[in-house]
Design a protein around this ligand. Structure first.
Ligand code: PXP
Length: 239
């Protein structure tokens, strides 16, 4: 059955808005796990705009399910990952001025850098996932790097939800799932997923873990994190 990986970056964003100590993403991660999340995802960005090194250090000790560290494939980040040893690293592209991760990795263009990072992370005993668009050539390249998983970028599908393009975007994800399964890659998915658009994706089957942040933290502001996580776990498991 599919699992929820709760992304707590937005909790850190609220904290950083005042430069203080609250709300603490470490506590959000603990509440999320108690409510049924089976993984915690954080993105340590090069500019440290939300998650801080301190959060990663503490969560390595407190997260009991699975810590998934999203990061760029840079020397600095690989060094940090090898020291902290999250269960999984998800490599993502990173641009300084973007509001959030904008597109999937160009694995074809960056094959050597990504393959080197995958190897170093594997040598440290860390499982590696690559965040890619639902594009067949990128998925085949992901397989060449030796990565264990892909995380299918669901942003275009989320944007197209309830428009004429939705069926086409959902079909691309379905094809991506089938190809990745055929070549032996594990399959995660995420970006832009919410309580409404998750249902058609969850019905496709084949996805092991959904990494979701914005919609859950937004709902949590209104109804509390425990309920927001439980509501999403229910949709992921039983859609
Ligand atoms: N997966 C990846 C690789 C991401 O970069 C993000 C955004 O940080 C997410 C999932 C979660 O996206 P959202 O916050 O839209 O749920």
């Amino acid at each position: 059955m599919a699992k929820l990986g709760l992304n707590v970056d937005h909790v850190a964003t609220v904290r950083q808005a005042r430069g203080g100590v609250e709300p603490d993403p470490v506590i959000a991660a603990a509440i999320g796990e108690l409510a049924g999340a089976e993984g915690i995802t954080i993105h340590l960005r090069e500019d440290r705009r939300h998650i801080q090194d301190r959060d990663l250090e503490i969560m390595r000790q407190t997260v009991k399910t699975k810590l998934n560290l999203e990061m760029a494939a840079t020397q600095e980040m690989v060094r940090i990952a090898l020291r902290i040893k999250p269960e999984q690293v998800t490599l993502v592209p990173e641009k300084r001025l973007e509001l959030t991760t904008e597109g999937g990795l160009d694995v074809i263009l960056n094959l050597k850098t990504i393959t080197d990072s995958v190897k170093r992370l594997h040598d440290g005993g860390i499982s590696v996932s690559l965040f890619v668009d639902p594009n067949q050539e990128q998925i085949k390249a992901a397989n060449k790097t030796g990565a264990d998983y892909i995380e299918i970028h669901t942003g275009a599908y989320a944007e197209a939800f309830n428009t004429a393009d939705m069926g086409h975007e959902l079909e691309k994800i379905d094809t991506a799932i089938k190809l990745a399964a055929k070549i032996g890659l594990g399959i995660n998915a995420g970006h832009g997923l919410n309580y409404v658009n998750i249902k058609p994706i969850a019905s496709l089957g084949g996805i092991e873990e959904y990494n979701i942040g914005h919609s859950i933290i937004s709902r949590a502001v209104l109804v509390g994190l425990d309920r927001a996580v439980k509501d999403m776990v229910e949709l992921i498991k039983y859609s």
